[in-house]
Design a protein around this ligand. Structure first.
Ligand code: 5RP
Length: 231
């Protein structure tokens, strides 16, 4: 009987394929989350063998891992060649994505938009025909300033059901010192309009809708890696 591959194994295969895109001398954005960490791990032996890279980490956790693995980090001060990151949902065709379950969405978006090429990686569970298929069960994470966050949440309530993210009974705080409000909105069939509306609310730092940013998605499936380009 054929062995069933786990989601983690699929993530690893997708991450390793993405690592093949990295060439000597590149500047590379390192995403956050379990799949992005597998990408960082896939780079490590090549860096140890002499691959020269300048990398930018999108979270404290990724920074720690890169440091442990000897991957050289720099501040983001110029355009990057490539960035690789995971996602919570990726829409086939447009490669529009929802990101931010790990709370690193703002730095992830800054790095993604600073990259000549932004590549999403994931296991098969991340691929959806339309983002509206996963709402309302998957929220759009919104990073907001702590100052006045209840007011920000009140304004977000005009767009859906906003829930303050908590960890261990206390508000979850991002690497930037902000809170995350998870916005359940149904249906998510006009993501671009929703993105504009969220961004217009005072106190919002950024949101997890990554629209028109990714040019390639590498999705691991049982038979291989699906390479999807934005259409
Ligand atoms: C963190 C993210 C992650 O990339 C996203 O949540 C996917 O994570 P994972 O690879 O662990 O499934 O956006 O802010």
């Amino acid at each position: 009987m054929a062995r069933v591959e786990s989601g983690d194994e699929q993530k690893r295969r997708a991450a390793e394929r993405a690592a093949e895109l990295v060439e000597d001398g590149m500047s590379v954005g390192l995403g956050s989350g379990t799949t992005a960490e597998l990408f960082v791990r896939a780079l490590a032996p090549r860096v140890a063998a002499g691959l020269r890279l300048r990398c930018v980490a999108t979270s404290g956790r990724t920074e720690l891992l890169a440091n442990q693995l000897g991957i050289p980090l720099v501040d983001l001060s110029a355009q990057l060649d490539l960035a690789v990151d995971g996602a919570d949902a990726i829409e086939r065709g447009t490669l529009a994505a929802i990101k931010g379950r790990g709370g690193a969405l703002t730095r992830e978006k800054i790095v993604a938009q600073a990259s000549g090429r932004f590549v999403l990686v994931g296991d098969g569970s991340k691929l959806v025909e339309r983002l509206s298929d996963v709402s309302p069960s998957m929220p759009v994470p919104v990073e907001a300033l702590q100052f006045g966050w209840r007011m920000t949440r009140l304004r977000l309530a005009a767009l859906g059901d906003p829930i303050l993210r908590e960890r261990g009974g206390a508000p979850f705080v991002t690497d930037n010192g902000n809170v995350v409000i998870d916005l359940y909105s149904s249906p998510l069939d006009r993501a671009a309009d929703l993105a504009v509306s969220i961004s217009g609310i005072p106190g919002v730092v950024d949101h997890g809708l990554f629209l028109d940013i990714a040019s390639l998605a590498l999705i691991a499936e049982p038979g291989g890696i699906l390479e999807l380009r934005r259409v």
